[in-house]
Design a protein. Structure first.
Length: 477
């Protein structure tokens, strides 16, 4: 009679589950279900070993204290369930987008996997309970409690799946004490009734836990979707800003070049001698036009880098010769601040693979900044430190110096480090940011460190390459 009652409960559960599955599979599924399915599969794969440890412990308890045959049969069911789940998870993660029929098929796979795994736990708990003394079902009920809590925490992504799993656990949770009541028919003062009431309370607690975790999951999903929307809007705004700056910069470059050329021509004396006052005013105009032209060029460079449209022509560069050339080109700028550039170069030829023009742009920026932040009459040392695989090019000034706290500000867009202790010409605030982006594109790095004494050392680092064969042969001779 007891076994018949349990079979009736199971038949009703199977019929209810079958009707629910048919009803769900007839309904159209939203694309949002794809996200839930993928989340379910990702969590399932991530918890693989955690499940195995739990199964091994439970099966060991069954083999030692109850029936080894029970443990063996349950182990076979566990293996079958895990293989099926692994196959399902792989199918679920194979493609992100799916049509309605494929979505329903994937959901059906999840249902089948849920019935297999939950049914295995229920089978194991019921078999243990049959061999126990009535009213003393701590082990099977604890196993069901642990499985229900695990499901509430990790299987809440799909409401129908967690409902199906908890329905199987709940039916088993109630079937065990109901079987005792049916077999022994005790009075209402019997502990067997207390066991049933406690089972109902515990299962209600598990349902509430599942609801709480499901609500938390929905909240997190909504927050993620809101962040995605905000990110997309920010990307659209950023692209619009970049396009606007690029168009404005291009439209300004041509007239600005003409104005600057005209001012330079007027001040050259080729059009006649200018009065001193007019020449002074045109000098101010020339300086401001040059600053605006630099800003336009920097903005265009920045937009090209951000859009990935900046082209690079890599070539072998003899670093010593490159540094000497850069110092010669930037010497007039240093003279404006009465600062000398002093090379400190090794005798051994050092070669790197880089874009000569872009690398020269970065080094020119470092040399100009070093001059601006050096004291009058100071020197800026340009040194090469070469290792077997990497080369570091250092620009060492002995001026006021930069603090470590300024690191983020130094490489930000449109930012400048203010220093009341040193005079300097104004810049665009883009030079170091562009230099950092260029070095990343060139496969190198740029950074700085505070000197032990006064000043700062900026450095760029690149991959070293072997010297050309002709150079190696001449050195060997």
């Amino acid at each position: 009679m007891g076994h018949g009652a349990m079979m009736t409960v199971w038949r009703n559960l199977v019929e209810y589950t079958s009707q629910g599955l048919k009803r769900i599979l007839r309904q159209p599924l939203s694309q949002d279900m794809t996200i839930s399915l993928r989340d379910y599969a990702i969590v399932g794969r991530a918890l693989f070993w955690q499940r195995q440890v739990s199964f091994i412990i439970a099966l060991a308890v069954g083999a030692i204290y109850f029936d080894p045959r029970l443990a063996l049969a349950s182990g076979i069911l566990v293996l079958s369930s895990e293989v099926f789940d692994a196959w399902c998870f792989r199918r679920l993660l194979a493609r992100e987008q799916a049509a309605q029929p494929l979505l329903r098929w994937r959901l059906l796979l999840i249902y089948l996997g849920t019935v297999l795994s939950a049914g295995m736990v229920a089978f194991y708990a019921i078999w243990i309970s049959i061999g126990e003394v009535p009213g003393n079902h701590f082990v099977p009920l604890f196993l069901l409690f642990a499985a229900s809590l695990f499901a509430a925490m990790h299987n809440h992504q799909i409401i129908s799946v967690i409902s199906l799993r908890l329905a199987i656990y709940g039916a088993t949770f109630l079937a065990i004490p109901i079987r005792d009541l049916v077999l022994h028919q005790p009075g209402f003062d019997s502990p067997l009734w207390t066991q049933l009431i406690i089972a109902i309370i515990v299962f209600y607690f598990m349902v509430e836990c599942a609801r709480a975790f499901r609500k938390l999951y929905i909240t997190q999903r909504r927050q993620i979707e809101a962040l995605k929307v905000e990110h997309e809007q920010a990307m659209v705004a950023s692209r619009a800003k970049s396009d606007f700056l690029s168009i404005v910069s291009h439209e300004l470059r041509t007239p600005m070049t003409s104005i600057l050329g005209s001012v330079i021509l007027a001040r050259s004396g080729k059009l006649g001698q200018l009065p001193e006052r007019i020449d002074k005013i045109l000098g101010i105009a020339q300086s401001n036009c040059a600053r605006l032209a630099d800003l336009i060029n920097d903005v265009l460079d920045l937009q090209k880098i951000e859009a990935g449209k900046m082209s690079f022509a890599f070539e072998e560069i003899h670093l010593q010769a490159f540094v000497q050339s850069a110092i010669a080109m930037n010497a007039p700028y240093g003279e404006r601040f009465r600062v000398n550039y002093v090379p400190d170069l090794p005798a051994e030829p050092i070669y790197v693979s880089s874009d000569r023009n872009r690398l020269n742009q970065v080094l020119a920026n470092l040399l100009s900044n070093a001059a601006k932040f050096s004291f009058e009459g100071g020197t800026v040392t340009v040194r090469i430190d070469a290792g077997p695989e990497r080369v570091r090019l250092l620009v060492i000034d002995r001026g006021v110096g930069l603090a470590e706290a300024h690191r983020k500000l130094v490489f930000d867009e449109f930012s400048q480090v203010e220093s009341p202790d040193v005079r300097r010409s104004s810049g665009t605030g883009l030079g170091m940011n562009i230099s950092k982006r260029l070095m990343e594109s060139l496969g190198g790095t740029i950074d700085y460190m505070k000197n032990d004494g006064p000043g700062t050392t900026f450095f760029i680092e690149l991959q070293r390459i072997p010297a050309p064969a002709a150079t190696r042969n001449s050195l060997a001779a």
